[in-house]
Ligand binder design. Structure first.
Ligand SMILES: O=C(O)CCC(=O)C(=O)O
Length: 302
């Protein structure tokens, strides 16, 4: 096992503390729509940037309410966080993955053409033993380029106590490293994969977010999260974004052209779903998730 070099870690501070949060690019040396030049450079060097305010208080109340309603309706069948692709079945989830502030933030690192490739909820109920092992997202995703970022939108606060994400800044400059699949019971990753390098806890940064804020992380960065040791839920929506240049080399998911144009046509684009958390939408969602799980299982090992 090698160890991960982190060229910038010693100088990394969460941008929120440096700049008072990523409220607006206009408040500091502006470059992008949300990020300043310095923040774009930090993302490039560290592979992570946070926090960015995305949702207003009213939006947060609405979207959290809709998520919790779905959780309640599904309770005997599944947890929404066990199912991928909610944005193809519920209009409110589609609205979140195409939220203009999310797209503004992502545009600052991927450029003007943005494709929503995938999205999943990561929920940790109070005192839940669920954790996420150290891994690189790119390992099993079957995407041919690393023009891929995740906007992780906090629908609850995300703290050290409730198991916020942890990132190893600078580790995204590594190629895809070898991972071992553990299928460990409480690991929230579908294969329980763990990167086969030694990750020193002291090298990791806690991605602490308020509800309604988001972070961005690069597809190659080593990251994970601990179990929730608190009495409140931690709810995050991980929205995976790519440029239209990216090709899916394994199983093929439908996508959404979030912004700009796509001259490459590598993706099939889906429409906005009909309104609401309906029984019909939930049944279709659960069936589609089973089909996807089968596709993922039978895809060539990454
Ligand atoms: O939500 C978590 O704790 C981990 C999420 C994650 O690994 C990801 O979004 O890539």
């Amino acid at each position: 096992m090698g160890s991960v070099s982190r060229p910038k870690f010693s100088t990394f501070e969460p941008l929120g503390s440096k700049h008072g949060g990523l409220e607006t690019a206009a408040t500091h040396e502006s470059m992008g729509k949300v990020l300043s030049q310095q923040q774009v450079e930090s993302y490039r060097d560290d592979g992570v940037v946070f926090p960015a305010r995305i949702l207003s208080d009213a939006e947060l109340t609405r979207y959290l309410g809709l998520y919790l309603e779905l959780e309640e309706l599904m309770k005997d069948r599944a947890r929404p966080s066990q199912l991928a692709m909610a944005h193809f079945y519920y209009d409110w989830a589609y609205e979140l993955v195409t939220h203009p502030r999310i797209l503004d933030l992502v545009e600052d690192v991927l450029g003007p053409d943005v494709v929503v490739w995938s999205a999943s909820f990561f929920t940790k109920p109070p005192h839940d033993p669920g954790y996420v092992s150290w891994h690189q997202d790119a390992t099993y995703w079957g995407l041919d380029l690393s023009e891929v970022t995740t906007a992780w939108l906090a629908l609850s606060e995300s703290t050290v106590e409730n198991g916020c994400m942890r990132m190893v800044p600078g580790s995204h400059t590594q190629p895809i490293l070898s991972h071992v699949k553990t299928y460990a019971e409480n690991n929230l990753l579908s294969r329980g994969q763990v990167v086969e390098v030694e990750v020193k806890e002291s090298e990791a940064v806690d991605v602490i977010l308020k509800a309604g804020e988001a972070s961005l992380h690069h597809v190659n960065i080593i990251h994970g999260s601990n179990a929730n040791s608190s009495s409140s839920s931690r709810i995050g929506f991980a929205i995976r974004m790519v440029t239209p240049r990216v090709k899916q080399t394994g199983y093929k998911l439908p996508a959404i052209l979030g912004r700009g144009s796509d001259p490459y046509r590598h993706f099939e684009y889906a429409e906005k779903p009909a309104h609401g958390n309906t029984e019909e939408a939930m049944a279709a969602h659960i069936a589609a998730d089973r089909k996807l799980a089968e596709m993922v299982r039978s895809a060539p090992a990454g």
